[in-house]
Write a protein that binds this ligand. Sequence first.
Ligand code: SF4
Length: 474
Amino acid sequence: MKPVVHDFPHRAATALADEQLQGALRQARGGFVDKRRKALEALPEYPQIRAAAADIRAHSLAHLDFYLERFAERAEACGTRVHWARDGAEARQIITDICREADARKVIKGKTMVGEEIDINGALEEANLEVLETDLGEYIIQLAKETPSHIIAPAVHKNRAQISSLFARAHEKLGYKEAVTGIAEIVGRAREVLRQGFLQADVGITGANFLVAETGSMVLVTNEGNGDLTSSLPDTHIVLTSIEKVVPTLDDATTLLRVLARSATGQPITSYTSFYTGPRRADDADGPSEMHVVLLDNGRSRMLGGDYAEMLRCIRCGACLNHCPVYGSLGGHAYGWVYPGPMGAVLSPLLLGLPEAAHLPNACTLNGHCAEVCPVGIPLPDMSRKLRQEEQAEGLGSRRDRALLKVWSYVARHPRLYHGLAGCAAPLLRWLCRSGMIHFVPGLGTLLAARACPAPEGHSFHRLWQKKSAERTS
Ligand code: SF4
């Protein structure tokens, strides 16, 4: 997936004007949030588990070199071949070479955001391999030739009618004459079509949620079971993941699993939680005869020990996306790369470089909700704010925005001037809002197209507060 993050303002405006997308987002909104809330209400010890999860991630990152080496040692002892990739190009080459050595023609894939990050499908297709996505959401967007719009629900932006017509077009050539429209029928059709893919594939590629240093195991969670079929039916299994996923022990992995599923989908545990520890052994009934793990850096080691190292704690639960009003209004494609929402607004500039993605930290209202729901306590709003400061310091924003911020900074540092201007602005704003003239103020058109604009009281907060205090003391 090629990043196009510099285009954020244009993409955001397009997303806001897309009625079908807005309908799909409205439908999705609230579902994840309610499920997470109910799951956490049923777990009174959640604050303690969350603190433990944050500690595990912080400890793992502080000793990342040690735990990665231990993981690699144990994984190799179990027969897994470990590959290190400095960047996307190296990872693509490694995986393509493994497929060539396996004499593969067909590859099946489970959902992997690291795979999206390095555009592994593009590389495999260039090498004349047939790639089939097996996660239902990923399969839908593969048919639509789109990219994921959510890290755990890639096709959340699609409605049922769109999926039905995608299936009708794609499956006609497979001999299916009837369109499927109901949810159960759609899922049944996907199952039938994908089953052939599972049986014919030479190589299976999955991601991993965690790597366990203690045992050399890779942990994968799914709700569809496609991960297990992808990993065990083809003769070669490749796990594509990134270096920060390592944790010291199995106990640590299970602590993280307790917060991951609840934060992501509101489940106590995902339907399938699998631990892969090496290829098939002599007395195993099934499984791949070769197992590889590709450990991608791609800018992560640069973040270690720096101001943004805490971002590497992320366990990709998606809770920050689900609670973000900006993501909820735009969906994921506006962010222009694989990682959307609050985590993407911080991570993308760190992986791609701030000049490439300087708009993203500004796609945040700083309401703080993302940090509250993050199961590993990542201070996302603080990081967005810091990235904005760097954007300003490096002169990356538009000249107009930088000039406005300089004026604001001057006013905010001079209380008399601030109060004088606020005293004039409040009645003016009230008149503009009540008369509807606010929509004609240059520069506010796009902003107000997607927001309500209630008329303010007509006095500044400070004046109202003084008035109330005076009333209380008199
Ligand atoms: S930043 Fe936190 S809430 Fe967002 S995806 Fe990562 S772990 Fe989940």
